[in-house]
Design a protein around this ligand. Structure first.
Ligand SMILES: C[S@@+](CC[C@H](N)C(=O)[O-])C[C@H]1O[C@@H](n2cnc3c(N)ncnc32)[C@H](O)[C@@H]1O
Length: 424
């Protein structure tokens, strides 16, 4: 537990210094190949939980620390300690004892005494401090104030539900590969393994509890993929038919690429600007027994990669704030800044305009984000339609909100879809 607490605190400190949690955890695993699966799971659990509830944790630390200039590494250790003591399952004495030992390694005698004192103090006042946290806006919502305000403006009815959903553990969705097995047969295989699950959406399965992929029957043989049920709408909405030329413009790690190829025999080009991430697309397609032409290129610069033959269908699953999947990446709540949208919006508009030129008249481009901010979604599409009189937005199926905006809930993450057809 000493090692897990130390590395979890180190990961939280790195995020608070501006780094990406997924990358930090992945580097730790490379640096410590000796970590056992249960240690990796514990480090992930502690660091994710601390960042999910960092508003509350930070409130508690502001109340308990007499000095605002605590060493960031020690403060992050205290944050993980408070989180474990408030909501974790480990015995309180073990959490405090290990945190003190980690502190001794970090910053000698002073940190050791301080960590011991602060955590014991927290245990004594836990109920009162957590109740007081409910009165503080940052602690109440566990999101930065600007994010809360943006949700209030965008969703006057639903903003609280959206913020609360972002702080929950995400559901685990599967997509069955119809080229290998039917959904009914796969559900039967899950039941035989004692994994409770139900069918949901056109191709999906929702597990009652998350399980490691090693436990999923036939996962490594490509019977299924792990994919959120909201993300599973992209391929059916694009509606690619056998024989069509299709472009997946921002494809990595390939979740939607695999789905497109499972549903029809298409000629698929899959682009991503990040060559390293493209390797993950190749691995995913190999596992599923599928194939596409993969190219490392900038979707906003077709002159670099396009042979001039227009596409029947284009999926533009563009880079975005990822605000709809914050519960899967709780670091982004603390890493994003209110003015990041301007950067994303410029990039998204340039990409959309460039890709529009690669689409056949009569063809469709599906614009997709995993964002809940209108600046990246509805607003963006409205501006696109103004710039492109040859575009019209197609209605979505009745199962989806008319606006195309899926908000995160207990069934799926937050996504946005707009199906844009080029007039003939
Ligand atoms: C939201 S993710 C795509 C997720 C993917 N469609 C899936 O379902 O697994 C966005 C991707 O866009 C890529 N990207 C960012 N800028 C790009 C650009 N200018 N051209 C192509 N890809 C880009 C990123 O590397 C990232 O992999």
């Amino acid at each position: 537990m000493l090692m897990t607490q130390r590395l979890a605190a180190e990961a939280v400190a790195a995020v608070l210094a501006g780094r990406n949690l997924t990358e930090v955890l992945s580097r730790q695993r490379q640096r410590h190949p000796e970590l056992e699966p249960r240690q990796k799971a514990a480090i992930q659990d502690i660091s994710y939980s601390t960042l999910r509830r960092y508003g509350e944790v930070d409130f508690v630390l502001r109340k308990l620390l007499s000095r605002p200039d605590t060493d960031p590494a020690v403060r992050a250790l205290l944050a993980t300690g408070v989180c474990q003591l408030a909501w974790g399952r480990a015995a309180a004495h073990a959490v405090v004892d290990h945190a003190v030992k980690v502190a001794a390694r970090l910053n000698g005698g002073y940190a050791k005494g301080m960590v011991n004192g602060v955590l014991r103090n927290f245990l004594r006042q836990k109920e009162a401090l957590l109740a007081a946290a409910g009165e503080d806006a940052l602690a109440r919502w566990n999101h930065p104030d600007w994010w809360v305000a943006a949700m209030q403006t965008a969703y006057p009815q639903d903003w609280q539900a959206v913020l609360l959903a972002n702080n929950q553990h995400p559901p685990m969705g599967l997509r069955v590969n119809p080229r290998k097995i039917s959904r009914e047969d796969y559900l039967a295989q899950l039941a035989a393994e004692g994994i409770a699950a139900e069918a949901e959406g056109p191709y999906g399965i929702r597990l009652a509890q998350p399980v490691p992929v090693e436990r999923l029957p036939g996962f490594f043989e490509g019977l299924c993929s792990v994919q959120d049920l909201g993300a599973q709408w992209a391929a059916p909405l694009l509606d690619a038919q056998n024989g069509m030329r299709v472009l997946d413009a921002c494809c990595a790690p390939g979740g939607k690429t695999g789905h497109l190829l499972e549903l029809a025999d298409i000629e698929l080009t899959a682009l991503d600007v990040d060559a390293q991430r493209l390797q993950r697309v190749r691995d995913n397609l190999d596992r599923l027994g599928l194939n596409a032409t993969l190219q490392a290129a900038d979707a906003a610069k077709p002159a670099d990669w396009w042979n001039g033959q227009p596409y029947d269908r284009i999926l533009a699953d563009v880079p975005c704030s990822a605000s709809g999947v914050a519960r899967r990446h709780p670091d982004i709540k603390w890493l994003r800044r209110a003015d990041d949208f301007a950067h994303f919006a410029t990039q998204q508009a340039a990409m959309l305009d460039a890709l529009w030129g690669c689409l056949k008249p009569g063809g469709t481009l599906l614009y997709a984000t995993c964002s809940v901010f209108p600046q990246e979604n509805q607003q963006h599409v409205a501006e696109f339609l103004q710039r492109h009189p040859d575009a019209r937005r197609l209605p979505l199926p009745a199962d989806l909100p008319e606006s195309g905006q899926l908000l995160p809930n207990e069934r799926h993450d937050g996504f946005f879809y707009a199906s844009l057809q080029k007039k003939i």
